[in-house]
Structures are given as structure tokens and as C-alpha cells.
Design a binder for this molecule. Structure first.
Ligand SMILES: [Zn+2]
Length: 458
């Protein structure tokens, strides 16, 4: 939208040619003038468009003008890279076309599960370093079980972004993000900025609550906001990634982004706030009888269920201390390679120290000694019969394209329309602290990464 002064100057510059010129013009002169005018018009339009896009659509409210860089980090759980092309999604594509996007997608950490990845995004650490090595696991020292409802600080290592912000004297908000209810440093999950997890809270209310933070007195507005949506992961598990229900779920996320953008525009701060849209992992279909039954290995070795902390896609086995893990792995691989186990060739079992280094999944004492990876789209279950397994899943090797999620960033420090190569989500931590101008904790991300993606002159 052009301001009145811009429109006036544009009108002046595009005013008709003087009559004396018209009387004496030859065809060549006329064509020259037309060509010049067209070029000038185009240049002006581009200029006006470029300039006007920096101007908020609505007048700013003086008390809401932001004093500091502000980041809203949004996670759409299970948003597989490519979902954004399923149907018209005007709001996501508005952020993409006016912001910076990773193509093709954001690389999750291994295992490609919800809690390990959400906590990697906000700590910059691989799961072996931040300690949330699975959605469920048992501490081998204490015998205590970690579940998604455990909020004691001893489970959650590292310094998440909300703690960094809080420790440096600013407000932060975390709306349902994994780990946000854990007290760390000066962060104690304040009631006004950190609601207790409740999946029944409508997405609309989550967005409206986040928007309400921007109505606070200027010095109380959180400079960092983390916001979480459970979809389209839930529908992905139920129906697989190619079902129309996924399209509906993603369209709903798009409409939530539209609601957020409109609210920021009403407050005159949309162009000032940095919005980073990510997901924690992708999704792949698990139909077509691609099942491995652990019980099929019983001729070689019996694996009691109490040894198993998780089945596929990530198999985690903790045998008793008097059983050699190496012998268990050898017996399992003997069975799997015998050709007598259905789909056995699609399960690879390792001692954790022998896992590929690129997975960064060995150095934590919490990782059980035996780890199995199943191939893309396969499932590992305890025994036959198994019914109703058709749907979708994640947790596979993070090198798979199907496990990738989305990264779109829109804000003053992100170039418009830029595409960057895929990167691991542990890089987001340094990116956010760099935007905020705050000092982060040591982490697994690269300190040169932010400079490679952010505009240098802002
Ligand atoms: Zn997830």
C-alpha cells in the first residue's frame, strides 16, 4: 500500500507528455517515449511495492512498537516437507515468498521423534547431549522412567531458549513446547507466559493468547515466544501422509498462521516480528504389510518385553547386566540375516557405539546398549497377530527425505524469497540467539551458521 505522499509523487512522474512534444512527434519518438514510460512505470511500481512491503498494513499503536528483536517460533508437529504443496495455503506461502525457506526442508535429529526433536530445536543439542533420547526411556542408573509428563530438571539438560532469554532479563513465553514446564535457571514456567500442557486448548485460543502478549506494556512483551500445534502429526499417524485428512489438517495450520499474521498486522508489528515456522519431523506411510515381528527371532534369541524400551521405528533394548549386549546383537543379526524372518533384512541392530556417527546417538548413558533401525515405512512389533497397523509413523533414520520437516523464516533479518539448503534443526538455537542479540549456551550448532542465513546489514 502506497502512502499518500508516494502516490502523489508517482502521479507527478507519470503525468502526460507536454502538448508541444505530441504535435511534433515521429513514430520512432513515440515508441521511444512509450518504451521509456513503461520502463519508468515498472521501476516505480517495483520501488513502490518494495517500499510499501516494509510498511505495516495498519497504523502502528505507539505503545506497542517493539523496542527489541522479537521471535515467534512455531512448531507444527509432523509437518512433513512437501505438505505445503497439498492445497492452496496462502499464509504459509506468504511467509515463504517474503521470507527464507530451507529447500528441501529441515533435517530432524535422530531419533526423528517428537520430544527429542522439539528439545533439540530449543537447545541446539543432539539428544545424546540434551538427555531426552526418546519419548520414553528408563534411566539405567536410577531405574526411573522418563515420560512426556516428567518435568523434573534432572531429565532436561542444556539451556533452552526461554531460559537464555529469562536469564538475560527479558520475558519469554512457551506455549506447550516440550520441556517448557521445567524450571531452569531463572525460568520457572510463569503462569502468564507458560500454560500447562492441555491438548484440548483450541488452536485459535493458543494464537489469540500469543497475540495478547503483544498488548502488554512494551517492556513486558516477551522477546521470544514458542508456540506448539499437535497437527498434522496426529492425523498423519491415523491416516498416513497422503490422506485427504492430512490436507485438511495442514490447511488448518495455515489458517492459524493467517490468524496470527492478521493479529500482528492489526497491532502494526507484523513486519517487525520474526516468525519462524518449523516442524519436528516428517511422516511416512506404514501400510503394505511392512511389519517385522521381534518374536520371529525366538529360534535364535528370546527378547523378553521387559528388555525393550521402544519398538519400531526405533528399537531400544536394555538387557540385564548379566547378559552380554554384544552376544544379543550377534544372535539377533544371525536370525535377521537367515532369510527365515519376514522382512528381517529391513531391521539393522547395533551396539550403540557402532551406530553410524552421523546419527550422534551413542554418548549418553541413557541410550540403551542395543539400538535397532528399521527401514523406511517398516514397523517392528512384539509378535503376531498385529492388526490395524495401516497409517503413518516417524522415528526413522534422519537421512530420509520423508523425515524432513519445514523451515520458513520471515522477519527483518531474513531475505525475501531466499532458498537455503537443508540444515539440521540444532542450528536454530544459534539462529534465534543471534536474532535476539543474546548470548546462548554452548551447543552442537555452528556459530557461523546465523551469518550464512541472516541479512548482514540489519
Ligand atoms: Zn512430533
Amino acid at each position: 500500500m502506497a502512502s499518500p505522499s508516494q502516490r502523489d509523487s508517482t502521479t507527478t512522474l507519470l503525468s502526460p507528455t507536454p502538448p508541444s512534444y505530441r504535435r511534433r512527434s515521429s513514430l520512432r519518438l513515440l515508441l521511444t517515449i512509450l518504451a521509456f514510460s513503461a520502463t519508468l512505470t515498472l521501476a516505480l511500481l517495483l520501488c513502490v511495492f518494495s517500499f510499501s512491503s516494509l510498511i505495516p498494513s495498519f497504523a502502528r499503536r505507539s505503545h506497542s512498537t517493539l523496542h527489541r528483536p522479537t521471535v515467534i517460533l512455531i512448531s507444527s508437529d509432523g509437518f512433513r516437507y512437501g505438505y505445503q504443496f497439498k492445497c492452496p495455503m496462502p499464509n504459509i506461502h506468504r511467509l515463504i515468498s517474503n521470507g527464507t525457506e530451507a529447500v528441501p526442508g529441515l533435517i530432524p535429529v535422530f531419533p526423528t521423534l517428537t520430544f527429542p526433536n522439539h528439545y533439540s530445536i530449543v537447545t541446539g543439542l543432539y539428544p545424546e547431549s540434551h538427555g531426552i533420547i526418546n519419548n520414553f526411556f528408563i534411566d539405567p542408573v536410577t531405574g526411573d522412567a522418563f515420560t512426556k509428563r516428567r518435568h523434573e530438571a534432572r531429565w532436561w539438560l542444556g539451556e533452552p531458549l526461554w531460559e537464555i532469554v529469562s536469564n538475560q532479563g527479558f520475558n519469554a513465553a512457551a506455549y506447550f513446547w516440550a520441556g517448557s514446564e521445567v524450571s531452569k535457571g531463572s525460568w520457572h514456567c510463569p503462569a502468564e507466559f507458560c500454560p500447562k500442557y492441555d491438548s484440548s486448548v483450541p488452536f485459535e485460543k493458543r494464537v489469540d493468547d500469543v497475540l495478547s502478549y503483544f498488548d502488554l506494556p512494551i517492556d513486558e512483551i516477551p522477546v521470544f515466544v514458542a508456540l506448539y500445534f499437535e497437527e498434522p502429526d496426529s492425523k498423519g499417524h491415523d491416516f498416513g501422509p497422503d490422506h485427504p485428512e492430512i490436507t485438511k489438517a495442514v490447511a488448518r495450520i495455515d489458517s492459524m498462521l493467517g490468524r496470527l499474521i492478521a493479529g500482528l498486522e492489526r497491532r502494526g508489528i507484523f513486519e517487525d516480528v520474526t516468525i519462524i515456522l518449523v516442524g519436528d519431523h516428517g511422516m511416512v506411510g506404514t501400510c503394505d504389510q511392512r511389519i517385522i515381528f521381534l518374536d520371529d527371532l525366538s529360534p535364535w534369541i528370546e527378547i523378553p518385553e521387559k528388555w525393550v524400551q521402544s519398538y519400531g521405528p526405533l528399537l531400544a533394548i536394555q538387557p540385564p547386566v548379566n547378559i552380554s549386549a554384544a552376544e544379543v546383537v550377534a544372535a539377533m543379526n544371525q536370525g535377521l540375516s537367515s532369510g527365515k524372518v519376514d522382512n528381517g533384512q529391513h531391521l539393522s541392530v547395533y551396539l550403540k557405539e557402532d551406530l553410524p556417527e552421523r546419527l550422534h546417538y551413542s554418548s549418553s548413558y541413557r541410550i540403551p546398549p542395543i539400538v535397532g533401525l528399521v527401514d523406511e515405512g517398516y514397523k517392528l512389533v512384539p509378535k503376531r497377530p498385529m492388526s490395524n497397523i495401516c497409517g503413518g509413523d516417524h522415528g526413522y533414520d534422519n537421512a530420509l527425505l520423508s523425515m524432513r520437516s519445514i523451515f520458513v523464516a520471515h522477519g527483518p533479518q531474513f531475505e525475501r524469497g531466499r532458498k537455503v539448503p537443508p540444515f539440521e534443526n540444532i542450528q536454530i538455537y544459534n539462529l534465534v540467539t543471534s536474532i535476539l542479540g543474546l548470548r546462548g549456551a554452548p551447543n552442537n550448532g555452528s556459530y557461523t551458521f546465523p551469518a550464512s542465513i541472516l541479512l548482514s546489514d540489519t
